[in-house]
Design a protein around this ligand. Structure first.
Ligand code: FES
Length: 108
């Protein structure tokens, strides 16, 4: 199925997009597929939790999977990290994330 997600880009514009939950897509890939961030500014490490270019702030109180040690370690070194920061590449789209709202962190 598809879920609806609100993604606020780095210019502050919010986009409501549909994300498939049956294609093993993560949030970083959704952002890329809708070209909501210029090529080369997101997903640089290919989704390995090693670059933080996919950092986003979670605005809704959607339940998300726990952070892995790798994600936590990367975020501890990244810039502009907030309480609600996550790495988009570590969030796989699942049906219970319908209504998720996120904002892309500034490019670092
Ligand atoms: S794409 Fe590099 S940490 Fe997510």
């Amino acid at each position: 199925m598809d879920i609806k997600i609100n993604i606020t880009d780095r210019a502050g514009v919010t986009h409501e997009v549909l994300a498939p939950t049956d294609m093993a897509m993560n949030l970083m890939e959704v952002v890329r597929s809708y070209e909501l961030a210029p090529e080369g500014t997101i997903g640089i490490c290919g989704g390995m939790a090693m670059c933080a270019s996919c950092q986003c702030y979670v605005l809704s109180n959607t339940a998300l999977p726990e952070m892995s040690d790798d994600e936590e370690a990367m975020l501890s070194e990244a810039f502009d990290v907030r309480e609600n920061s996550r790495l988009g590449c570590q969030i796989q789209m699942t049906p219970d994330m319908n209504g998720l709202q996120v904002e892309l962190a500034p490019e670092s």
